[in-house]
Ligand binder design. Structure first.
Ligand code: PMV
Length: 313
């Protein structure tokens, strides 16, 4: 029997802009998915991960496809294993739940069958598993889950290939996540942004130029561990996301509450028009920010970003 765990992810800078070939920064979070692998008479899966309503049922077929792809990519001829999934990562949109489970399963199988795959190879297997969920995944989620820390990510628009590079920064930062409780539809929101861009290319040119400065400065600030600057850049990134109309009243309220309660910076993360808000906090402000969010009727969670990647437990 073997056990491995892998973290979920958050996008720190650059959602939506990545779609147009601009770089983004994503990061591993503290919450993890744990995969246990046992040799058994037949294949079976027990999924004990905490979930947002109906998530697991909706993804059941994709999950089966994903696990079969992982077996195939690893050359596990013997699929007589029992997989048990657990951990504290809540399966929800935007936190990279599928990437975390692919990475954890790959690492646990690697351990059980003594394949001696290194991290790069485990990531390749996890990426194959992600295809079961997303068809053509960018690879950002499984890379955050496998390597941990912060990931610099860019899509080459000509080839469609992703460039994924673990960053030098090894800091861990405290983040409060505020949940709007609204599930957003990534395909639709991305499509709407595309239409806006076609209507007003000049506006988008200016926004893209501003964003490029933000993401380059963010990389430097993360390497220098300059928290105040990271916070200010998150605010600036959020303003641009608002300009491309992917925020919503609930996200605006969450950002305002976080900043008023002492967060160093706050922005939406992921698709927007619902989903999650992230606020950069310190040990002194984290509880105040989280409880202000709860008092306003939203769910909150305190987490750490820059967390460790996949590991055998
Ligand atoms: O909501 P998430 O974490 O799956 O992120 C979506 C990110 C977008 O940039 C909006 C879409 C994409 O494919 O990159």
């Amino acid at each position: 029997m073997a056990v491995a765990s892998a973290p979920g992810k958050l996008i720190l800078f650059g959602e939506h802009f990545v779609v147009y070939g601009l770089p983004a920064i994503a990061t591993a979070i503290e919450s993890r998915t744990v995969a246990e692998v046992y040799r058994a008479r037949n294949y079976s899966l027990v999924d004990n991960r905490p979930e947002t309503p109906s998530y697991k049922k909706e993804k059941y077929d994709q999950q089966l496809d994903s696990i079969q792809r992982i077996f195939k990519a690893m050359g596990v001829a013997e699929t007589k294993v029992r997989i048990v999934l657990g951990g504290d990562l809540v399966t929800a949109s935007g936190v990279g739940a599928s990437g975390a489970s692919c990475s954890a399963i790959a690492a646990a199988l690697n351990e059980e069958f003594k394949f001696s795959l290194d991290r790069e190879k485990i990531n390749k297997v996890a990426y194959e598993g992600e295809k079961g969920y997303h068809g053509t995944p960018s690879g950002i989620d499984n890379s955050c889950s496998t390597f941990g820390g912060f990931i610099w990510f860019k899509k080459d628009l000509a080839s469609g290939k992703s460039m994924i590079k673990p960053m030098d920064s090894r800091i861990s930062l405290s983040i409060v996540i505020g949940n709007t409780g609204i599930t957003s539809n990534t395909t639709k929101v991305v499509e709407d942004v595309k239409k806006e861009k076609e209507k007003d290319p000049e506006k988008f040119k200016r926004i893209f130029e501003n964003y490029m400065r933000i993401v380059e400065d963010a990389k430097a600030a993360l390497e220098k561990k300059d928290l105040n600057t990271i916070g200010q850049l998150m605010n600036k990134n959020h303003t641009l996301l608002k300009e491309i109309s992917v925020s919503c009243p609930e996200l605006e309220e969450l950002v305002a509450i976080a900043l008023k309660s002492g967060a160093l910076g706050a922005k939406l993360t992921g698709t927007g028009r619902g989903g999650l808000m992230i606020a950069l906090v310190t040990n002194e402000t984290k509880d105040k920010v989280a409880s202000a969010i709860e008092q306003a009727g939203y769910k909150s969670e305190i987490t750490t970003i820059g967390a460790e990647g996949v590991k055998v437990v």
